[in-house]
Design a protein around this ligand. Sequence first.
Ligand SMILES: Cc1cc2nc3c(=O)[nH]c(=O)nc-3n(C[C@H](O)[C@H](O)[C@H](O)COP(=O)(O)OP(=O)(O)OC[C@H]3O[C@@H](n4cnc5c(N)ncnc54)[C@H](O)[C@@H]3O)c2cc1C
Ligand code: SF4
Length: 321
Amino acid sequence: MEGFVYSQPGTLREAFSLLTNKKGKLVAGGTDLLGEIQDGIIAPGLLVSLERIQGLKTMREEKNGLRIGALVTLAELESDKIVAEHYPLLAAAAGEVATPQLRAQATIGGNLCQRPRCWYYRGDFNCLKKGGAVCYAEDGENQYHAILGGGPCHIVHPSDMAVALLAMGASARVVGPRGEKTVPLEKFFVLPQVDVKRETILAPGEILVEIRVPKPLPEARWVFRKMRERGAWDFALVSVAAYAVTKDKVIQEARIVLGGVAPIPWRAVRAEQALKGKTLTGPVMRLAGEATVTDARPLSQNEYKIRLARNLVRQVLATLA
Ligand SMILES: Cc1cc2nc3c(=O)[nH]c(=O)nc-3n(C[C@H](O)[C@H](O)[C@H](O)COP(=O)(O)OP(=O)(O)OC[C@H]3O[C@@H](n4cnc5c(N)ncnc54)[C@H](O)[C@@H]3O)c2cc1C
Ligand code: SF4
């Protein structure tokens, strides 16, 4: 591992300058970034920590919802009383990430901006995402790869928090040398067909500073479920977050988001359409499960994910019924 300089700017302006002029790399909890450096995927000469920048570690509830600073840790989200009471989907998802030790260090900003876990990307392969000419997963070991939205790269987005936040209708506040913008989280992530080398809209020098989560409607209900292959700390094979607003048992609005199936947290729009205006009967849940995977295009070794996704959506809806 090559050495690097560690810098702790006190303001965002200083951070922008280090990120753009000195080609620094942003670090939050470091749980993903240091792994990338250790594995030789990146070799930044300068790490720019957000630690000393004011306001990024706070979380507060306002009239319209929750504001979460990018440096709030997953452990804080998991244990916060307000989150547990009013936004339990977030607490549930945070509690499903990795191990307690990791959650104590990992930040919400880092979780959303973490890089993919594709073993070719993490290994010694100069694939498309690293600037090479080939996606090794296409004809290789692709059992954990995407069944939806893939091509030319077939990663799955690794973040559990992104799935839950999208279902809650969250947005991301991004600041950079040219100003700031707030975008729906759905538009924060980009498919490989848009840009194969990155997973978010962040341009060099831009920083995700805050996540905003609207206050759920009183009639809203939600569920988060995650299926893993091995230990309790594993990444999702498939996960589903559902948020539904019902009136007299009829679904007025539903957001169904899947993790582990696509290069971005995947909104199952066809399933949502199948649910709107319906009550959650067996046939409706089955239809929504089928609609989730209508567009699936599995690779040679991951067809099993179609069944998992379809069944998990049905299970989640049964919990909401
Ligand atoms: C063993 C293990 C198991 C794991 N299991 C899971 C799991 O089950 N579910 C899951 O969701 N995740 C899992 N993870 C991933 C883990 O959640 C992430 O490593 C962590 O959330 C990253 O947060 P961090 O603060 O440490 O980010 P860092 O490692 O500091 O940064 C990660 C990336 O995001 C960028 N970045 C960080 N903050 C910002 C910001 N505010 N604005 C712009 N860019 C930023 C960094 O430049 C870097 O590229 C696992 C990781 C490990 C090592
Ligand atoms: S899926 Fe993406 S990251 Fe993995 S080998 Fe293919 S191009 Fe590289």
